[in-house]
Design a protein. Structure first.
Length: 269
């Protein structure tokens, strides 16, 4: 049995201009210990698919109108909100793509990581403090005792994203969703964050749903890849076979990747 199974998921947004079918019948799964890539052009339904899993679609205007979201054999669409709150951040956690807007500017790093630990594990005092320091250390934060007291504005972009990873891992989730976790980072920070995510996933055996528009990155980082177009599933392919995909849309995405062109000169007048 897969860790996560998405069956015929449909998430629509009802606007004055009409119905937007953000996710329209997508079906895919994530196995235990697997890294599954979810790719497609902007607006294809990647992030909406992730938010649907956590039942974080704003209603109105959005609504999950059909399908199943099976997590460890339970349909998340059939449980009440109280039970869903126990799952969010504990069994399923998410790293959002923009840490600047996701972190609370008026709370310290320690307070923000500690919220999940207090809610799910009832941690207090020294045990809470030690666990937060351990999480900061695990994601490569230097001088964790000092960073514990810092506010988000005192951190670099790469450090903020590491804090987001620590928050996501605080509940020891079975499934981690990473939504464009490196899109706002420079090249050096991006590589560092990817290595941290990969190492933690491998060591803890969790499933990872990795959302990205970067097919080159997904092809090297993931085990399998799901390709979405206009909310619909185009294909599911092993990552090693992504570059040789026979589907026209996947080939178009691959062809759209930026390339370094050498040997080209231009006259400057």
């Amino acid at each position: 049995m897969a860790l996560l199974e998405i069956n015929g998921l449909k998430t629509y947004f009802y606007t004055q201009e009409g119905v937007v079918k953000a996710v329209d019948g997508a079906t895919y799964s994530v196995e235990e210990g697997e890294t599954l890539g979810l790719v497609g052009e902007s607006g294809c339904g990647k992030s909406v698919s992730a938010l649907s899993i956590l039942r974080l679609i704003p209603n109105p205007p959005g609504k999950i109108v059909a399908g199943e979201i099976m997590f460890q054999g339970r349909d998340l669409l059939k449980i009440d909100e109280e039970e869903m709150r126990k799952i969010r951040g504990n069994d399923i956690a998410m790293i959002f793509q923009e840490p600047q807007s996701s972190l609370n500017a008026v709370l310290t790093v320690g307070q923000q990581i500690g919220e999940s630990l207090q809610w799910h594990f009832k941690m207090r005092g020294k045990a809470l403090h030690n666990r937060i320091i351990s999480l900061l250390t695990s994601v490569g934060i230097p001088d964790p005792h000092q960073r514990f007291k810092d506010y988000p504005h005192q951190l670099s972009g790469g450090m903020k994203q590491r804090i987001m990873i620590a928050i996501a891992l605080a509940g020891e989730p079975e499934l981690l969703i990473a939504d464009e976790p490196t899109s706002a980072l420079d090249v050096i920070s991006r590589q560092s964050v990817l290595e941290i995510i990969d190492e933690l996933v491998q060591s803890q055996g969790m499933g990872l749903l990795f959302i990205s528009h970067d097919l080159g990155l997904v092809g090297s980082f993931c085990d399998r890849v799901v390709v979405l177009k206009n909310g619909e599933l185009v294909e599911t392919v092993d990552a090693v076979a992504l570059n040789s995909s026979g589907h026209s849309y996947t080939r178009a995405l691959l062809a759209a990747r930026p390339r370094l062109v050498t040997g080209v000169s231009a006259d400057i007048k």
